[in-house]
Design a binder for this molecule. Structure first.
Ligand SMILES: *Cc1c(COP(=O)(O)O)cnc(C)c1O
Length: 392
């Protein structure tokens, strides 16, 4: 074996041993998902309580049919970047629906949410600018911020005094300032305090960007976190999100003003230098947005199901379909997850570095089609065997 290959494999093995020792090694498990939250894993069917397909739209007949028809009409790939020949005619309709739903002038669809964030932020910010990010922001917001070359500071989670102090201290040192936050926090399920954030952004001439991956379709009457604070829309000029959670498809997007969207079409490297979404994904998302816009009863269900669970498990009322059950240590979280799997419920353990050290947890997510009986049974198990677990 050449020496370089040997050193590469030695490096990988040493890293893996270290991750193993810290309970942070990860692996992939084959999982075939079906309707109503069923997941087929290791030879048996279990009910998944960890999907982000909150409205079960990935399995909706109208969504699947739209995807199948686009596949038949246009083929399996868009064939090139959107700027070359990959701008399938279905994009315009999807972007118009997104902009309408989110109350924005325009929208732009990217390959994924991760690609959206790593394209948007470096297109707007650079050396000499300031980015203030909530410390629990999703990893791809942080990646985008670091790629931009701007100065990046994290403020304490949802702590508006801390954000205000940093703006007071640093705003004048930077040309432009951007505040970034999850709209609905992906691992905690709480909302960013957008009324206070929009006021701070306005007062300091800072641009506000929300990552609404977990907001669209489930909070603010389906329109996302900007609409979750009473009537009307919060003044959030950059509303980013994904088509891969409640929309049940694949892709990412930004809703913003027309000039911002036009700028990104020229500048966002992850749009310019990456292939456009497959036509089937565009069509699926478009059909799913029609359902989100029209079926008010459906979009209320995931949060209602989370609320039932929290009531019965003795937890505080949830703000979204995401309910964290904090455990602490990595291997204890893995053991809790294994215990639930034995009971027929799939809830993966979330460990650092996805969440801060010492806060390994179960992240339980609720879908529209979860049966009330399963929610109740899960609540009792979590309450009696995890939250109030008898001392060993
Ligand atoms: C899932 C997620 C993303 C990434 O979206 P993808 O479309 O899956 O790449 C971005 N931000 C948040 C908060 C997420 O939860």
């Amino acid at each position: 074996m050449p020496r370089s290959t040997q050193s590469l494999d030695d490096f990988a093995r040493a890293k893996l041993d270290d991750l193993e020792a810290r309970g942070q090694r990860r692996s992939l498990t084959d999982t075939a998902r079906g309707p109503a939250g069923v997941a087929h894993r290791d030879g048996r069917d279990v009910i998944s309580f960890c999907c982000n397909d909150y409205l079960n739209l990935s399995q909706h007949p109208a969504v699947k049919q739209a995807a199948a028809q686009a596949l038949e009409t246009y083929g399996a790939s868009s064939g090139a970047s959107r700027l070359v020949t990959g701008n399938n005619p279905l994009f315009g309709e999807l972007e118009a629906k997104l902009a309408r739903l989110k109350g924005a002038e325009a929208a732009l669809v990217f390959g994924t949410g991760y690609l959206a964030n790593t394209g948007i932020i470096p297109s707007l910010m650079r050396d000499g600018d300031l980015i203030l990010a909530d410390e629990l922001s999703h990893a791809c917001l942080v990646s985008g911020a670091r790629l931009s070359g701007a100065r990046v500071q994290m403020f304490r989670h949802n702590d508006m005094d801390d954000l205000a102090a940093r703006l007071d201290e640093l705003r004048n040192t930077a040309r432009h300032a951007l505040i970034v936050t999850d709209g609905v926090f992906s691992m905690d399920g709480d909302l960013a305090p957008l009324p206070q954030m929009t006021a701070l952004a306005r007062a300091h001439d800072a641009w506000l960007m929300t990552d609404d991956a977990h907001g669209l379709g489930v909070v603010g009457e389906g329109r996302g976190s900007s609409y979750a604070f009473g009537p009307g829309k919060m003044d959030v000029p950059l509303q980013m999100g994904t088509l891969s959670k409640a929309v049940g498809g694949f892709g990412g997007y930004l809703c913003a003003s027309q000039p911002v969207i036009d700028l990104l079409k020229s500048r966002a490297r992850t749009l310019v230098y990456s292939t456009g979404l497959p036509p089937a994904s565009i069509a699926a998302a478009s059909a799913a947005l029609d359902i989100i816009e029209s079926d008010k009863a459906l979009i209320e269900k995931p949060v209602a199901n989370a609320a039932q669970f929290c009531r019965e498990a003795g937890l505080p009322a949830p703000q979204s379909p995401i309910v964290p059950v904090l455990i602490g240590e990595e291997n204890a979280a893995l053991a809790a997850s294994a215990m639930l799997l034995d009971e027929g419920y799939l809830v993966t353990a979330i460990r650092p570095p996805t969440v801060p050290a010492g806060t390994a947890r179960l992240r339980i997510t609720f879908m529209a089609e979860h049966a009330p009986a399963d929610i109740s049974r899960l609540a009792v198990i979590v309450r009696d065997r995890i939250i109030r677990r008898p001392a060993a």
